[in-house]
Design a protein around this ligand. Structure first.
Ligand SMILES: [Zn+2]
Length: 158
């Protein structure tokens, strides 16, 4: 049975399981693109321990991309051994990426204890700061949201 993508009035085209929350937006804001923030349609899915996100010029395109990631995620997990091995990439807090399906997963690696020392000369991203609830980052996010109409559109007309 078709579900409505939360926060939109659009019905999902794909057969998402009931226990996987999905949400989306026609005009999401992405921070930290090469030219700063931009707008995009997006759909996000939240299976256990992770979240998947597709972006596109339309909600349908974004859902398609998110669905493909979900299929890859599920078939990887379906081997009976779970995901992994994992690689950290830029994460030092214990999150990592499954090297087989590419899914980002929370709490799959031991956090790097000396993160504090290494991170001092690296400017944390806006999203990092938001996750650690830095008030300034939240102000910056809400400011961008308030001026969303003025942001350039990503991926379509650059
Ligand atoms: Zn995997």
């Amino acid at each position: 049975m078709a579900r409505t993508i939360t926060n939109t009035s659009t019905q999902a085209q794909h057969d998402w399981p009931d226990d996987v929350f999905i949400q989306g937006g026609e005009r999401g804001i992405v921070f930290g693109g090469p030219d700063g923030a931009y707008q995009t349609a997006f759909v996000e899915a939240f299976p256990e321990s992770t979240f998947l996100r597709g972006e596109g010029s339309t909600l349908a395109e974004a859902e398609d991309k998110c669905w493909k990631q979900y299929q890859r995620h599920v078939s990887c997990d379906g081997t009976g051994q779970g995901h992994g091995p994992y690689e950290r990439r830029q994460y030092t807090n214990g999150a990592g990426f499954c090297t087989r399906c590419g899914t980002w997963m929370n709490r799959v690696l031991p956090p790097l204890a000396d993160e504090e020392n290494h991170s001092s000369d690296r400017k944390p991203s806006l999203l990092d700061r938001a996750f650690y609830a830095e008030p300034d980052a939240l102000v910056e996010i809400f400011d961008a949201l308030a001026h969303a109409d003025e942001l350039p559109h990503g991926s379509t007309d650059q």
